[in-house]
Design a protein around this ligand. Structure first.
Ligand code: GAP
Length: 475
């Protein structure tokens, strides 16, 4: 493990990716000028553009294109009773061990995994025994204390007093913001089962060991759905969302064969879940959880009904039955999605330069649907006003067409020579570069369009450019 919290496996790719993200303005270390704050990351202009594209695709698939989904944006701070009802106060914990000399704390399961132990289904006592049996030491070489539970919620105080009555928590998942609004949706929209609620927002977890860049952060975003059904329908709904999760991974261009489904064994499921599938992804540091799909039963609504004393049941007009709906939850980590998309897109190859020599190149093979810019427009030479003027005209025309129709962002670049501009756009994953040259002006033969992945160039008439780029940019 190095200072970025990156494991040795996939180290090179991760280091190169982190460096590209910083160099090109995708993602920076949180509070960098103060030496950073572990487990936090700040998105720069290109990172925000990429992340917003992912959010848009998710919201379109799961909310806008459906008639049975209600979007919400609940407060991050919630009444602390929420977290008693949900079980987070009592049980949202990770196994922790302390270095008895330095007092540094580590995830017991991570230390065991790093030592080649499969921790699935292990209790705290099992972990303790295994650490002793293997004679494991802390990464600083000292003996370890006993394994114990560490609650991962960030505590905070509401208002001017700091006594126990003012304690609240930063939400560790967006899910509960939907369960507590279930009745509001029933009362205002009167939906019939089955229906769902969807939300995108921040979640906070005091991870003992944040690591692997965006993979395990202390502040991150989730995109979650709580979908309510008659219990008899849970299996077909679960199957529906299983295929929808996979379809979403295709929307954002993830390589199919890098996405895997794992049926989670009972001993490893969250206590409220009767069935869970983890969607794992081949990250550079190994196959790890990307998303989860869980059958949460009626656990949450029942708990909130009991703790709030508010009736959260549903009356089915057809069957004349009253019952508490059951819930299927597809849960997506947004930052993990950004990481998967970037890691999947990161490529290095050799490309022929203008002078015929070969040059190493780094590029992001992003799907056009998520790329921060869909098209970059250049004048061949910066110091020829006639080229610059025409390039600006083309840029404005594309910007108007693309922005107005939601087809993605367009950028203008006249810095450095053309080769440098291609490299720069390749590195940020822009699928197409459009260049205005002398033939554009003198012969009226249109512009050149260069393809990021093959480096091939085609001449396209300006009046056919929008149609050409649209046709070539199937997400
Ligand atoms: N509401 C269910 C829930 O929160 P979870 O498996 O704890 O379930 C859901 O989290 C998703 O949130 C994960 O699959 C992952 O994508 C993302 N996630 C969880 N912890 C994270 C962390 N520390 N940093 C980044 N993403 C995280």
């Amino acid at each position: 493990m190095n200072t970025n919290g990156i494991r040795e496996e996939g180290n090179n790719t991760m280091e190169s990716l982190i460096s590209l993200c910083k160099r090109r303005g995708f993602i920076f270390q949180g509070s960098e000028i103060y030496g950073g704050l572990a487990g936090t990351w700040d998105y720069g202009p290109l990172g925000v553009a990429l992340k917003n594209n992912i959010k848009k695709i998710w919201w379109k698939r799961f909310v806008e294109d459906r008639d049975d989904m209600y979007g919400v944006d609940a407060a991050l701070l919630m009444n602390p009773r929420t977290w008693e009802a949900s079980g987070h106060v009592a049980g949202f914990a990770d196994p922790l061990v302390e270095d008895i000399k330095t007092k540094r704390r580590f995830r017991a399961d991570h230390l065991l995994e790093d030592a080649g132990v499969d921790v699935k289904g292990m209790t705290l006592a099992d972990m303790d025994a295994k650490i002793k049996e293997k004679g494991l030491k802390s990464p600083d070489g000292n003996a370890l204390g006993p394994v114990r539970q560490f609650n991962m919620m960030f505590k905070t105080n509401i208002g001017a007093t700091e006594d126990g009555s003012s304690i609240s928590y930063l939400r560790p998942e967006t899910a509960q913001g939907m369960f507590v609004n279930f009745k509001n949706i029933l009362d205002t929209f009167h939906p019939k089962l089955s229906f769902g609620m969807a939300q995108i927002g921040k979640a906070f977890r005091n991870e003992i060991a944040p690591r692997d860049f965006l993979f395990r952060a202390r502040e991150f975003e989730q995109m979650e759905i709580e979908y309510f059904v008659n219990p008899k329908d849970w299996e077909k709904t679960f199957e529906h969302f299983r295929t929808e999760v996979l379809a979403f991974t295709q929307d954002i261009g993830l390589t199919d064969k890098k996405v895997h489904e794992l049926e989670v064994a009972e001993a490893d499921r969250a206590f409220y879940s009767k069935r869970t599938i983890d969607f794992e992804f081949d990250f550079p540091f190994g196959k790890k959880e990307l998303y989860g799909l869980a059958y949460r039963t009626d656990y949450d609504l029942k708990q909130h009904a009991e703790f709030s004393k508010v009736d959260l049941s549903y009356f089915d007009e057809e069957s004349k039955e009253r019952f508490v709906p059951h819930c299927i939850e597809p849960s997506f980590g947004l930052d993990r999605t950004v990481l998967a998309v970037l890691a999947d897109a990161y490529q290095e190859d050799e490309m022929k330069s203008e002078d015929g020599t070969s040059e190493k190149r780094v590029f992001l093979k992003l799907a056009p649907s998520v790329a921060p810019y869909r098209v970059a427009v250049f004048p061949l030479l910066k110091n020829k006003p006639v080229l610059v003027e025409k390039a600006e005209e083309v840029y404005k025309m594309l910007k108007k067409e693309f922005a107005a129709r939601g087809l993605g962002a367009v950028t203008f670049d006249d810095n450095g020579n053309i080769g440098k501009r291609y490299r720069r756009q390749d590195e940020i994953g822009t699928p197409y570069c459009v260049t205005v040259d002398f033939d554009t002006i003198e012969k009226g033969t249109g512009v050149t369009v260069r393809d990021r992945d093959s480096g091939k160039q085609e001449r396209v008439k300006i009046e056919e450019l929008v149609a050409y780029l649209n046709k070539s940019q199937i997400a």
